[in-house]
Design a protein around this ligand. Structure first.
Ligand code: HEM
Length: 482
């Protein structure tokens, strides 16, 4: 089969054109309103038209292959000799199709990180990260989750109402991660605000990113003087001999990878336990436990819809398509999880079955999956224990999601419950972890990242930070959240 990719990829139908979801030569776009309104529907159209691997168009109508089959995804993930993680191989870069302003750049521009490395260099960088993550005691992680979940519940418990995406799911993972990374507790609230600001891609995102960088640098200076049992110290001490910049960048990758994905897992997990009759039945001795519910979410609504990507090291074949050297592949995690070859009936429950693609597979398989699951599982469990009559405050049909090409987010999860009294709240009077008035993190100098500077107006921050200072991380988070 010859390549279905058109020679000229620059033409774009005007907005409002009935064929807006289609690009040149009738190829389907993976971006734009049509694709983002119903990603699962798009994957099924592509599967019907092309089988396991489909040609698609990315922002700017740049061609790529979307891997839809479960086994084709595993093949791409597990054979790095054929499908590399090194984006510098991409022919679209070589041909000048990807401009520096392209929204693809934050995700795809090569960086000296384990995420973009293959072979020995990947083992060196990833080894330092995994050795660090594996040193955490799982019970210790659960204790942190319990403490922070209790503090969050205390913030809204007395009111009898809450919006669990913004008041719970978006806070918990970062609060726990600050402890694992080794930051003093007082950094938690501002880092959570900074991370949320970054995720939303607001005008103050650059200042927030600067705050995070300065905080991490400050942490590294402190830990050099007084190492502790934390990821900063372990990365700096690791025999792989990471440079300071490598330590900093990998700390950021860990924070980002952990936060974005785990926020989604908590939000969708909560939605499932509040709406799925099988879970309610479990509470009275029925079929679905909380770990089962999370497995089901990881199958049906993986926190990342796809991983971008892999690049063919030579001409090869995958799922019946001829892939050319330098072509880009997108690993369709959500599409692979819905492959009829492994799930002929999507309504059949998959409790206890962990062969989903949500954490990837092969050499880049997520090294933080146990931590992500522990945060989600313990956090939801604490919420259900403290607020036993927790219920959705709106009809399920009113819940909405926003999507981008990489991920999909539950917008709001309004709930109601019996207000908690002083007697029913946890005994220890924990300090609030969410500032009463959310603040915009101020741009902070590396010398004083924790200084409580007055929050500047959003416009002034955006105006004073030059565009070229936008980091990969800042930009990537805005792509996730749009
Ligand atoms: C529910 C939560 C999570 C999900 C669904 C998830 C999913 C993923 C996926 C799909 C990948 C990419 C695999 C590939 O390229 O083939 C990945 C990579 C990664 N994840 Fe996670 N993740 C989660 C939580 C975490 C947490 C909590 C951490 C850290 C504590 C973490 C750290 C990383 C890192 C460092 C990588 C890059 C690994 C490499 O390239 O070798 N993740 N994750």
């Amino acid at each position: 089969m010859t390549s279905p990719f058109p020679e000229n990829t620059s033409a774009t139908p005007p907005p409002g054109c009935p064929a807006h979801g289609l690009g040149p030569d009738g190829l389907r776009r993976l971006y734009g309103p049509e694709a983002e309104a119903d990603p699962a529907g798009l994957y099924e159209k592509l599967r019907a038209e092309h089988g396991e691997v489909a040609p698609v168009l990315l922002h700017g109508d740049i061609p790529a292959w979307l891997v839809l089959g479960h086994s084709a995804n595993l093949a791409a993930m597990r054979t790095p000799s054929r499908f590399s993680r090194d984006s510098r191989r991409w022919t679209a870069f070589r041909d000048g199709l990807v401009t520096p302003e392209s929204p693809l750049m934050p995700v795809i521009a090569w960086q000296p990180l384990c995420v973009f490395a293959d072979g020995e260099e990947h083992r060196r960088l990833r080894g330092a990260v995994t050795d660090g993550l594996n040193r955490f005691d799982r019970r210790g992680i659960r204790r942190y989750v319990t403490r922070f979940a209790d503090q969050l519940i205390e913030e809204f418990g007395a009111s009898g109402r809450a919006e669990l995406v913004s008041q719970f799911a978006e806070h918990l993972p970062m609060l726990v991660m600050t402890q694992l990374v080794g930051m003093p507790e007082e950094y938690g609230p501002r880092l959570v605000e900074a991370a949320r600001d970054l995720m939303k891609g607001t005008e103050t995102a650059i200042a927030s990113n600067d705050y995070v960088v300065a905080t991490l640098r400050r942490m590294m200076e402190r830990k050099r003087e007084a190492p502790g049992a934390d990821l900063v110290s372990w990365l700096m001490q690791h025999e792989a001999g990471l440079t300071d910049d490598e330590v900093l960048e990998h700390l950021r990758v860990v924070l980002l990878a952990a936060n974005e994905t785990t926020v989604n897992l908590i939000a969708d997990g909560l939605k499932m336990v509040l709406t799925d009759r099988r879970f309610r039945a479990h509470l009275s001795g029925g079929q679905m436990t909380l770990p089962d519910a999370l497995d089901q979410v990881l199958w049906d609504s993986p926190p990342m819809l796809l991983v971008a990507g892999r690049w063919a090291t030579g001409d090869t074949e995958l799922g019946g398509q001829q892939i050319k050297a330098g072509d880009m592949l997108l690993l369709g995690l959500a599409a692979g999880n819905a492959d009829p070859a492994v799930r002929p009936d999507l309504s059949t429950p998959l409790f206890g079955n962990r062969s989903h693609l949500a954490f990837g597979s092969g050499p880049h398989e997520c090294p933080g999956q146990d931590i992500g699951r522990a945060i989600a599982e313990t956090g939801i469990d604490i919420l259900l224990t403290r607020l036993p009559d927790l219920r959705l405050a709106v009809p399920e049909a009113e819940l909405t999601w926003t999507s981008a090409w990489i991920s999909r987010h539950l917008v709001e999860l309004p709930v109601s419950f019996s207000p908690r009294t002083a007697e029913s709240a946890p005994t220890a009077a924990a300090p609030p972890v969410v500032p009463a008035t959310p603040t915009v993190p101020a741009p902070a100098s590396p010398a004083a990242p924790a200084a409580p500077a007055a929050a500047p107006a959003p416009e002034s921050v955006a105006a004073v930070v030059p565009r070229q200072r936008r980091s990969w991380w800042t930009a990537l988070t805005s792509v996730f959240r749009r």
